[in-house]
Design a protein around this ligand. Structure first.
Ligand code: PBG
Length: 330
């Protein structure tokens, strides 16, 4: 039926009918809050991410309390390692008394109902800032790195992490980690696989926040993270990670990769997450700080769009703000 029988504006005329036909929802249930933890006392601002701070374990507990109160289901932890603790073999990554492990234990003791997700990757711990162990030519070695990631994931599980999230993009690491978790009795530990993680320039502010930017220098991660030009390859990555035992898969970054989120959700119908990364956050903050964009409206629109593309949930540095805005009735 054509105009004038069909007038799409009829349903848009009033708030009640706009609400009734709304297809996509966004609530605190859909948010995961990434947090940076440091070994120092108190909080330290991250210059390229206004509103984001590195937190001591004590401060982390305060933030966790706020997140719980806002009914955010889970936090994702990213430790900032002292330059002195970084090494070629990244051994600090599986230190049972390391910063990440201590933060997990503190969180689970105080807020047992709050989900704790840990990042499984070596970049905070290597002196060169790569996510894996390198050979003499600086090439990131796959299988030796997987062995190290297994040790790191087991250490996180022993500390009580609910979800381990390998973000390294080595081949075969999901299967190796799943096998090791089962063998060690960690049958409930979920794996959130960064399955389609692109070699993106939008990670810049994150690398400042965890202090891997200086170590990495001019090097890049193109021999393991995906080429932004590729979509079919993302489906192969997701298929492998699911076969190997991932419970959830992730696409990263989010907004420039919504086509990938949609294709992954359509192809597999599995719990699918997207990471609205540091650069996406920094862009919004910079424009809002200049008065060029309405932060609240744009942040909520971006999050809703990621949900509309098919994501079940979003890792976002806007999680606390978004949960507050939603509660206030945005
Ligand atoms: C590293 C890791 C990165 C992010 C999460 N885990 C950076 C990278 O791959 O260099 C980026 C997150 C963000 O930009 O917010 N394993």
């Amino acid at each position: 039926m054509a105009y004038p029988d069909t007038r799409l504006r009829r349903m848009r005329r009033d708030e009640f009918s706009r609400r009734l036909m709304r297809e996509t929802t966004l609530s605190a249930d859909d948010l995961i809050y990434p947090v940076f933890v440091h070994g120092a006392d108190g909080r330290a601002a991250v210059a390229s991410m206004p509103g984001v701070e590195r937190l001591s374990v004590d401060e982390l507990l305060r933030v966790a309390e706020a997140a719980s109160e806002l009914r955010i289901p889970a936090l994702a932890l990213f430790p900032v390692t002292d330059p002195g603790a970084k090494s070629l073999d990244a051994a600090a990554a599986w230190d049972d008394d390391g910063l990440c492990q201590r933060a997990v234990r503190a969180l689970k003791a105080r807020f047992p109902q709050l989900g704790v997700i840990t990042d499984v990757a070596l970049d905070p711990y290597t002196s060169h800032g790569q996510d894996g162990l390198v050979d003499d030519d600086g090439y990131v070695m796959n299988d030796a790195t997987v062995d190290a990631l297994v040790k790191q994931a087991l250490s996180h599980a022993r500390a009580g992490a609910d979800v381990v999230a390998p973000s390294d993009m080595m081949d075969g690491r999901i299967g190796a980690i799943r096998l090791a978790l089962e063998a060690d009795g960690h049958v409930h530990t979920r794996i959130l696989a960064y399955a389609a993680k692109y070699a993106s320039a939008f990670y810049g502010p994150f690398r400042d926040a965890v202090g891997s930017a200086a170590a990495l220098g001019k090097a890049d991660k193109t021999t393991y993270q995906m080429d932004p030009a590729n979509a079919e390859e993302a489906l192969r990555e997701v298929a492998l990670d699911l076969d190997e035992g991932a419970d959830m898969v992730m696409v990263k970054p989010a907004l420039p990769y919504l086509d990938i989120v949609r294709r992954v959700k359509d192809a597999f119908g599995m719990p699918t997450f997207a990471y609205q990364v540091s650069g996406e956050y920094a862009m919004l903050k910079a424009a809002a700080g200049n008065g060029w964009l309405d932060e609240r409206a744009c942040a909520l629109e971006a999050l809703l769009s990621i949900r509309r593309a098919g994501a079940d949930g979003v890792l976002t540095y806007h999680a606390l703000d978004a949960a507050r805005w939603l509660r206030a009735g945005a």
